[in-house]
Design a protein around this ligand. Structure first.
Ligand code: N01
Length: 639
C-alpha cells in the first residue's frame, strides 16, 4: 500500500470519463469544480447544506446532478488535454470560505484555517512539524516513550520521527493496530467513513468500501507503520505496568514487562496511547462462571468455536452487536439477541457497500476531489450536532430541542418503514430517549432483516441470571444456548488501567481521578508533568463527522508543540496548572449538562457511576482542532 500518491495524469476517452463520473459524489464534485475553476457560481443555490443526516448526493435533484457531471466532464477533458502541466492551485481563503459556506449551509468563515490544512493535494502534509530537534549536548538522553502502537501511538511516532525526536514505542501485543488488531469478530468494520478514519497525512484513494472492514483497516495501520519506518522503534510484547515521576531526574521511570522479565526504562516525556475501548466489560450477572458452553467477549473472539448448527446467544445491541449479529445469524442454527436498551439507528445505505470503481478513479485522478470528498464527510461534525439541550423547548426524554425532535422524526420514520410488517418488533426496538444520548449506530437494513428471520429471536426481558445451559430472564423463562457471546462493551471509564501512574509527591493517578478521569484538553493532568494522554478524558466525539483519528491528529500536534516548547526554553518539566485544568473541566461539565447524554437519565457508557461524562467532547470538532493548535505556555508551570 502506498499513501499520498500524487494525482495521476490520464488519457481516458470521453466515454470512459463519463462512466467514472456516474460514480461521483456530486457535492464533492461540485466543490472540486468550484475550486479548480475558481468559480463558486457552479454551486447550485439553495442546496448543499450538509446536516448531520447526510443525504445521498447532498439531496441534489437529478437535473442538478446531471449538470454537475457535465461540468465535471469538461474539467476532466481540460485536465487530460493539458497533461501533467495542468495548473492545480490551492484555493485562496475567500474561495475556501465560499465553497465551505455552501457545504455547511451557513457562513463558514471560522472553518477556513482548518480547511486550508485539509484541502491540499495528497503529497502535501501541512500538519507535519516544521521544526527539528537540534542534536546538541543539552538534548542528550532526551527521549519520548509512547505506550501503545494503536492508531494514536503510530501517529505520535511518525510526528516525533519527522521532528527528529528520539522515541520508543512499547506495545503489549505482537503487532500494531490496537483495537483494530484485537477486535476481529465477524462483521467487524469501521462505522465512520474510511476516508475520515484514516490520517490526513496518509491518504488512501482506493478504499474498497465506504466503511471498510477490520482487515483492510488493520492493513492500513500496518502499512502506515511500515512506510514511515516505525516498526524499528516498536518493542512488541512489552507492557508498561507502572510509571513513576522522578522529580530530581525530571523523567518518568517505567517498569516494562517483557518475555525477558521486567525492564526499567526512562522517559523524558511519556505518551499514553492505550485507547479507551479495549478492556472488555463483562456484565455482572449471577452464574456467569457456570455456563458450560463456550462464552467470550466480542473483542476476544474465539475462532475455535464453530457457530454452525449451534443455538447462539448474543448479549447487547450496541455498535459491536450491530455488526456481529447479522453475520452470526448466517451461521448459527438459532440466534437469540438480548437487548436492554435499543439504539437509535441512522440510515446509511453506503454502509457495507463497495466504493465504485469510478469514485476511486476520481480520487486518484481528479485533483482535490479526494480532499473535498473527505471534507464532505467531516463537515457535519465541524459545527456540532443536534444534541444540544434547549431549556426553553423544553427538553424531555423524547427530545431535547426542536432540531433533536426533527432528527428523531427522520430516524423514527426510517425504523417504521422497515417494520411495517412487524408491529411487535417495532414496539420492542423503538428507543425511548433523545437521539444522541447513546451512540447512534449505522443502519443499512441488515439489522432488522436479521431480527425478522424465523431463526432469530429478540429478547427484551432483563437477564436475571446465567445458567449452565443458557440465560434466565425476568419473566421466568429459560433460554437455552450452546454459545454465549458478550457484546457488552468496554470499561471505557478506566483510563490508563491497569497501569500504575505515580506523579509528583507520590500521588497516584487513579486515586486522584477516583474513577472519574479528567485532564486538560484530554491530555495533561496537574501533578503529572510531561505526561500526555491521547484519546484521553473527554475526547470522544459524539457528533458524527470527525473521528477518533481526527482527534488524535489534533492531540499529537499539541504534544509535538509541547516538546518543542520544552526544547526552545531549555526546560525539562511541563506541568499543567491546577486552576487551568479545573476551569477547563468545569466548562466541559457545564456543556455536558446541556447535551443529550448529560441530560437524559438513560444508562450509557458515556456517563460514569458518578453521573459525569469523562468520555465525550461536548463541543464541535472544530473547537478541539482550534484548542490544540499550539500550547499556551501560560497554561503550564515550566521548569
Ligand atoms: O459496547 P456498548 P459496544 N444485560 O457499550 C448491553 C466503539 N465501537 O462494544 O445499552 C443486557 O455500546 C448494553 O445495554 P445498554 C464505539 O465507540 C466502534 O457495542 O447498556 N445487556 C449495550 O447494548 C462504541 O460506542 C465500532 O442497556 C447488557 C451493549 O451491551 C463502543 O465501541 C464498532 C448488559 C454494550 O454496548 C462500544 O460499543 C464497535 C446486561 N447485563 C464498537 N450489560 C466502529 O465501527 C451490557 N449490555 C468504529
Amino acid at each position: 500500500m502506498t499513501f499520498n500518491v500524487p494525482v495521476q495524469p490520464f488519457d481516458a476517452d470521453d466515454d470512459t470519463l463519463r462512466a467514472h463520473l456516474r460514480d461521483a459524489d456530486c457535492p464533492a464534485l461540485l466543490m472540486t469544480l468550484a475550486h479548480i475553476t475558481g468559480d463558486p457560481s457552479v454551486l447550485p443555490e439553495g442546496t448543499g447544506a450538509h446536516g448531520w443526516l447526510h443525504r445521498t448526493n447532498g439531496g441534489l435533484s437529478a437535473e442538478q446532478q446531471a449538470a454537475a457531471r457535465a461540468q465535471g466532464l469538461h474539467l476532466l477533458q481540460r485536465l487530460r488535454d493539458a497533461g501533467p502541466s495542468a495548473p492545480t492551485p490551492q484555493p485562496d481563503p475567500e474561495l475556501l470560505r465560499r465553497i465551505t459556506s455552501w457545504a455547511m449551509g451557513a457562513d463558514a468563515t471560522d472553518l477556513v484555517p482548518l480547511l486550508s490544512e485539509e484541502i491540499v493535494l495528497a503529497e502535501r502534509d501541512p500538519r507535519a512539524p516544521r521544526w527539528r530537534m537540534a542534536q546538541s549536548p543539552a538534548n542528550e538522553g532526551f527521549r519520548v516513550v509512547i505506550i501503545g502502537a494503536g492508531p494514536s501511538g503510530l501517529l505520535a511516532a511518525l510526528r516525533l520521527a519527522q521532528a527528529g525526536v528520539p522515541f520508543v514505542v512499547y506495545e503489549k501485543n505482537h503487532e500494531v493496530g490496537g483495537t483494530w488488531l484485537e477486535n476481529r469478530y465477524p462483521g467487524c468494520r469501521v462505522d465512520v467513513p474510511s476516508v475520515l478514519y484514516s490520517f490526513s497525512c496518509a491518504t488512501k484513494p482506493d478504499w474498497s468500501e465506504y466503511f471498510c472492514r477490520q482487515d483492510e483497516l488493520l492493513g492500513y495501520f500496518q502499512a502506515f507503520a511500515k512506510e514511515f519506518g516505525l516498526y524499528e522503534h516498536i518493542r512488541f510484547h512489552s507492557e508498561v505496568t507502572s510509571a513513576r515521576w522522578d522529580e530530581q531526574g525530571a523523567c518518568w521511570r517505567l517498569a516494562v514487562r517483557t518475555a525477558e522479565g521486567t525492564l526499567e526504562q526512562r522517559a523524558s516525556v511519556l505518551v499514553s496511547a492505550v485507547g479507551q475501548l479495549n478492556r472488555p466489560r463483562l456484565p455482572d450477572l449471577p452464574g456467569r462462571e457456570r455456563f458450560t458452553g463456550p462464552s467470550f467477549h466480542t473483542a476476544r473472539w474465539d475462532d475455535s468455536v464453530q457457530l454452525a448448527g449451534k443455538r447462539v446467544a448474543v448479549i447487547g445491541t450496541g455498535a459491536s452487536a450491530f455488526q456481529l449479529v447479522p453475520e452470526v445469524a448466517k451461521e448459527a442454527r438459532e440466534l437469540l439477541v438480548f437487548q436492554r436498551t435499543p439504539p437509535w439507528m441512522r440510515p446509511s445505505p453506503g454502509y457495507g457497500a463497495a466504493v465504485p470503481a469510478g469514485a476511486r478513479w476520481l480520487s486518484a485522478h481528479l485533483p482535490y476531489y479526494a480532499a473535498w470528498y473527505r471534507f464532505a464527510q467531516l463537515a457535519p461534525g465541524l459545527h456540532g450536532a443536534p444534541w444540544t439541550v434547549d431549556r426553553g423547548y423544553p427538553p424531555t426524554e423524547r427530545a431535547v430541542s426542536a432540531a433533536n425532535e426533527e432528527t428523531r422524526a427522520v430516524l423514527t420514520e426510517a425504523i417504521q418503514a422497515q417494520l411495517a410488517d412487524a408491529p411487535e418488533l417495532l414496539t420492542q426496538v423503538m428507543p425511548r430517549y433523545p437521539v444522541g444520548s447513546k451512540r447512534v449506530v449505522r443502519d443499512n437494513g441488515a439489522w432488522f432483516s436479521t431480527l425478522k428471520r424465523d431463526d432469530v429471536l429478540l429478547v427484551t426481558d432483563g437477564i436475571e441470571e446465567i445458567t449452565p445451559q443458557g440465560l434466565r430472564t425476568a419473566d421466568g423463562r429459560h433460554h437455552e444456548a450452546d454459545v454465549l457471546i458478550y457484546a457488552t462493551g468496554f470499561q471505557a471509564e478506566r483510563f490508563l488501567a491497569p497501569m500504575t501512574v505515580t506523579g509528583r509527591d507520590g500521588i497516584d493517578l487513579h486515586t486522584t481521578w477516583d474513577g472519574d478521569a479528567r485532564a486538560y484538553l484530554g491530555m495533561t493532568v496537574p501533578g503529572f508533568p510531561n505526561l500526555f494522554c491521547l484519546y484521553g478524558p473527554n475526547t470522544n466525539l459524539v457528533g458524527q463527522g470527525g473521528s477518533v483519528l481526527y482527534f488524535s491528529e489534533c492531540a499529537v500536534r499539541y504534544l509535538l508543540d509541547a516538546v518543542r516548547l520544552l526544547h526552545r526554553r531549555g526546560m525539562r518539566r511541563l506541568d499543567v496548572r491546577q486552576d487551568v485544568h479545573d476551569r477547563y473541566n468545569a466548562r466541559i461539565d457545564r456543556a455536558t449538562a446541556e447535551r443529550a447524554w448529560g441530560w437524559t437519565s438513560v444508562r450509557t457508557w458515556y456517563v460514569n457511576d458518578k453521573g459525569r461524562s469523562p468520555q465525550n467532547w461536548p463541543f464541535s470538532a472544530l473547537e478541539y482542532w482550534d484548542a490544540t493548535r499550539a500550547v499556551d505556555p501560560d497554561d503550564y508551570e515550566i521548569s
